[in-house]
Design a protein around this ligand. Structure first.
Ligand code: XMP
Length: 511
C-alpha cells in the first residue's frame, strides 16, 4: 500500500483517490504519526501531501528525516517538497505572496516521473497553490523542471528514489497529473496496479478474520449504507459472532426498518436485535429546540441503550462502526481541534464508554467508494443508493420543538419528496433530498376557508462528500408535483418552499 502523510492540504483526499484509481491501495495518515507506527503499516511508497503551513515557521508540522533512510520511494507534493528540501539541507524561500493557479511547467531534465507527458513545445499546464518555494535543492538532488517564476518546480534524487514537485498532480486542472502519479507508482516505486473494490472486499474480509480471530463484535445498524456495508462485511468474515443492534429511536424515515433491516435479516441471516426505544428518545427531547442539545440528548441516549444491549451479550470485545474518511478528517485535525460546526455523534463517545476496541473497515473510504463496495457485496439498489441520513435523524429536520405530531407531518411530507425523486429518476442524481418542517405557521386559503398551518422546506443538494454542496436544479415540474402533493396530502401543511443555498456558507441540514 501507499501511505499518504497528511499535512493538511485540502487536496489530500484527492491524492488518495487518484492513487486508488490507478489501481494501488492508498491510506491517509496524519503527518504526526510516529515513525514506528508508520513502519508497522509496511508502506510500499510514501507521498507527502501539501499543506497550509510554512516549513520555516517554528511550529510547523515536520518530518522525521530517519524515515527517508528506509529506502522507500517518496513523492513530496508542494509542502511535501519543501519539507524534503528543508530536512535534507536545501534552501526554502519564504514568500510574501501565494502563487495560485495555472503555470507552465518546463521539464529541464528527462526523468521517469515526467515520462510520456504531452504538452505544446515542451510546456505542460500544471496547477500551483503555494507560498514558499525551494530555492536550492539539497545535495544529491537534481532540478527536474522549472516554471516562469520557479527555478525549482520539481527535483529528485533518483538514486534514493526521492521525488518532489511543487505543483499539484492530483487536481483536474493539471494536465496529465494522473500520469505523473502513475509514473511515480509504477516506474519509480515499481508497484503493480491490481487493486480494485473487489480486491478491497476480499482483503478486508481476510483482514477482519485475522484481526478478530474468535472474538465477538457488536455493531449498531442505522439503516444507512455505511453501517449496512460494515455489517455485511463482518458477517462474511465472522458470521454469527457478529451481533447487530438496531435502535428504533422514533426519529427514523418511513420504511427504514422494512427496507433495510428486514432485507438484511432475510438475506444474510444476521444476528440482529431490534430495540424499541421511541419513548426513551422522544420524552427527553420534549420542549428542546436547540440543535446541539438535541444532538447531545440523542447521542447520550444512543450510547446508553446500545451499551445496555451490548452488555447483555457475552464476550463481546469489539465495536464495529461505519466511520468514513470524511468523518475522520472532520473530527481529527493535526492542527488541534477545529471549530465544531455540528457535533456528528456517530464518531467517538461509544468506545470509551464501553471499553471496547474499535473496528472500522470503511475508515479509508469515501461515500462513492462505499457504494462500490456495496455493489461488490451484491446489495440491492435501494440500499446502495439510499441517501445519507444523519444519526440524530428527523430530530434535526423538525426545526424547533419535536412532537410526535410534527414528526408525523414531516415523515408524510418526506415520503412524497422521496417518491417524486424516485419516480422522476432524480433520486440517484442527487446527494441528498429531503423535507424539513419549519417552526412557523403561515396563512393560506383552502376551499373557501382561511388556513393557518405549517411550512415544509425542500432541501435537495448535489455533493461529492458532503463537505461542500450546491442546491440541485431539479426541474420545476417535479418541484411543482412535490409541492402540490404535500399541500394536498399532508394534513397540517399549507405552504412549501425551496432551499436555494449552497454549503458553505449554509449547511446541508437546517440544524
Ligand atoms: P451538514 O448539515 O453538516 O451535513 O452540511 C453534512 C452531512 O452530514 C450529515 N449530518 C449528520 N450525520 N450526525 C450524522 O451522523 C449528525 O449529527 C449530522 N448532521 C449532519 C448530513 O445529513 C449530511 O449528509
Amino acid at each position: 500500500k501507499v501511505v499518504i502523510l497528511d499535512y493538511g492540504s485540502q487536496y489530500t483526499q484527492l491524492i488518495a483517490r487518484r492513487v486508488r484509481e490507478a489501481g494501488v491501495y492508498s491510506e491517509i495518515h496524519p503527518c504526526t504519526i510516529p515513525a514506528a507506527e508508520l513502519k508497522a503499516l509496511k508502506p510500499a511508497a510514501l507521498i507527502l501531501s501539501g499543506g497550509p503551513a510554512s516549513v520555516l515557521a517554528p511550529e510547523s508540522p515536520g518530518l522525521d528525516a530517519s524515515i527517508l533512510d528506509w529506502g522507500l520511494p517518496v513523492l513530496g507534493i508542494c509542502y511535501g517538497m519543501q519539507l524534503l528540501a528543508h530536512y535534507l539541507g536545501g534552501k526554502v524561500h519564504a514568500a510574501k505572496d501565494r502563487e495560485y493557479g495555472r503555470a507552465d511547467l518546463e521539464v529541464v531534465s528527462p526523468c521517469s516521473l515526467f515520462e510520456g507527458l504531452s504538452g505544446t513545445a515542451g510546456k505542460h499546464k500544471v496547477w500551483m497553490s503555494h507560498g514558499d518555494h525551494v530555492d536550492t535543492p539539497p545535495q544529491g538532488f537534481e532540478i527536474l523542471a522549472r516554471t516562469g517564476s520557479l527555478k525549482v518546480a520539481a527535483m529528485a534524487d533518483a538514486s534514493r528514489r526521492l521525488y518532489a514537485i511543487q505543483f499539484h498532480p492530483e487536481v483536474a486542472h493539471t494536465d496529465d497529473g494522473d500520469l505523473v502519479l502513475r509514473n511515480f507508482l509504477f516506474k519509480i516505486a515499481g508497484l503493480k496496479p491490481g487493486w480494485s473494490m473487489a480486491s478491497f472486499v476480499e482483503s478486508t474480509i481476510k483482514d477482519l478474520r485475522d484481526t478478530l480471530g474468535d472474538d465477538h463484535v457488536v455493531c449498531g445498524l442505522s439503516g444507512g449504507i455505511d453501517s449496512t456495508v460494515v455489517a455485511v462485511l463482518l458477517h462474511k468474515a465472522i458470521g454469527k459472532r457478529l451481533h447487530c443492534i438496531f435502535v428504533d429511536n422514533g426519529l427514523l424515515r418511513i420504511n427504514e426498518r422494512e427496507e433495510v433491516i428486514d432485507f438484511l435479516t432475510e438475506s444474510f441471516d444476521l444476528n440482529l436485535k431490534y430495540v424499541e426505544a421511541q419513548e426513551l428518545f422522544l420524552s427527553p427531547l420534549e420542549g428542546v429546540t436547540d440543535p446541539e442539545r438535541k444532538r447531545k440528548i440523542i447521542g447520550h441516549n444512543f450510547i446508553e441503550v446500545f451499551d445496555a444491549e451490548a452488555h447483555k451479550l457475552q464476550g463481546v470485545k469489539w465495536l464495529a462502526q461505519g466511520t468514513l474518511y470524511p468523518d475522520v478528517i472532520e473530527s481529527i485535525s493535526f492542527k488541534g481541534p477545529s471549530a465544531v460546526i455540528k457535533s456528528h455523534h456517530n464518531v467517538g463517545g461509544l468506545p470509551e464508554k464501553m471499553n471496547l476496541k474499535l473496528v472500522e473497515p470503511l475508515r479509508e473510504l469515501f461515500k462513492d467508494e462505499v457504494r462500490k463496495v456495496a455493489y461488490e457485496l451484491g446489495l440491492p439498489d435501494n440500499i446502495i443508493w439510499r441517501h445519507p441520513f444523519p444519526g440524530p435523524g428527523l430530530a434535526i429536520r423538525v426545526i424547533g420543538e419535536i412532537t410526535r405530531e410534527r414528526l408525523e407531518i414531516l415523515r408524510q411530507a418526506d415520503k412524497i419528496v422521496q417518491h417524486e425523486l424516485q419516480a422522476s429518476g432524480w433520486y440517484r442524481k442527487v446527494w441528498q433530498g429531503f423535507a424539513v418542517l419549519l417552526p412557523l405557521k403561515t396563512v393560506g386559503v383552502m376551499g373557501d376557508e382561511r388556513s393557518y398551518e405549517s411550512v415544509i422546506a425542500l432541501r435537495i443538494v448535489d455533493s461529492l462528500d458532503a463537505m461542500t454542496a450546491d442546491w440541485t436544479r431539479v426541474p420545476s415540474e417535479i418541484l411543482a408535483r412535490m409541492s402540490n402533493r404535500i399541500i394536498n396530502e399532508v394534513k397540517g401543511v399549507n405552504r412549501v418552499v425551496l432551499d436555494i443555498s449552497s454549503k458553505p456558507p449554509s449547511t446541508i441540514e437546517w440544524e
